[in-house]
Ligand binder design. Sequence first.
Ligand code: UGA
Length: 459
Amino acid sequence: MDKNIQIAVVGSGYVGLVAAVCFAEMGHTVICVDNDDRKVAALQGGDTLIHENHLPELLERYRNTKIRFMSDLGEATRECEAIFIAVGTPQSETGDADLSYVEAVACEIARSINGYKVIVEKSTVPVYTNEWVRRAIERNGVDRNLFDVVSNPEFLREGTAVADFLHPDRIVVGADSDKAAALLQEIYAPLTSGEYYKLPNAIEGPCGPTEPPPLLLTSTKSAEIIKHASNAFLALKISFINAVSNLCEATDANVEQVALGMGLDSRIGPKFLRPGIGYGGSCFPKDVAAFRSVAEQMGIDFNLLSEVEKINVQQKKRFLAKVRSALWTLRTKRIGVLGLAFKGETDDIRESPAIDLVEMLLGEGCSVTAFDPAAMKRTQDVLPATSHLKYVNSAYEAAQDSDALLILTDWPEFASLDLDRLNKIMRYPIIIDGRNLYDPHVVAQHGFTYLSIGRPASN
Ligand code: UGA
């Protein structure tokens, strides 16, 4: 991979850090900038700060060679040709994305521009952000010919972020200038040419070998909308199957069979049709709200998205009702909880439906004993242990003497528990599975009452 481009990535969260190590893996030289000095020091010392596959090995490989970490955005701007903005865009009280960090970064970049630069929005941002970034830079006295602003949204998932970055389904580049588009094409050439995938030590794709991805050139506004529309559509798919699962419960049908039958239609596809306790994480809830808010501001009625959100909230309440239906009253009941992260294989608890459910159970007067393979520390920071909330070190300890065991996160290890052992240590053999990890007949054969999502109950 011959073309080495000097790239700055601003923000060392999930998107920024993953982008930074992956650009290095693609042969570029990267400066990763963060205004938090402690984070910079930790990264310089080789600590990735987040739980993510392949991140430690890539950081170790390129730290001090192809990647440097610093807090000086001015220096990074002067040294690099492309500057990727990957800072947070949290949800404000109105549901809009709060873009103050993006604006602050744009202004700081403006103060250090010393030649032609391409400034790239990598964070998820609402349509028109590109124009605001351009205006902010111009207002700070920078000549319009000295820079372009491009939108290059990222579609990586937590847990498989590195593999997703290097093996994307598509690369979207929203650019209103040929010069900027050409630079982004060069940056991604190792992937689009397929050259990267031929390397003997290339990181494998999340689903095995990969075809080179297409690079889709669009207008900046289209690229901004592609990201929001994609996340909103995936959230919609989840709420849709959750609503179908409720209908299945009411009619004694089986949502797994329904999802399989729907997903075999190539126009629908099998992915994101897993019913559960609702979507969570740092992206879907925030992005659905932000997209709805953008539509409202444009005078567009996008009530469909409000329904998506409503179903997502109801799904947690329905799960609580299911617990009640199995245990009658909840006050003083001992509940074992498996899973706190918003999905399996991550330690992220942001907007986790599992945490919401733990809070609801505590609110109902239950005693909760919880275990998660990776998210315990983060959970304890926001929900410290009390006389009613205990954190333990294994699934079996969580189940010990419980009136019911709830599965709230789809960690693979929760799908292969020793059911006979569980049956012996629980006060009552009741499993309520919010992620459909077990075959109801198998669990019933081990003597359990088993409730799951959208499937006939077994006992
Ligand atoms: C999501 C998108 O999948 C990425 O493409 C996107 O880049 C990212 O947001 C982002 O905007 O940064 P992520 O939040 O890591 O990625 O998680 P997902 O794997 O999409 O799961 C989101 C939530 O949906 C989880 O709570 C998961 O349990 C739930 N889910 C997912 C279901 O309930 N059912 C499904 O079939 C799939």
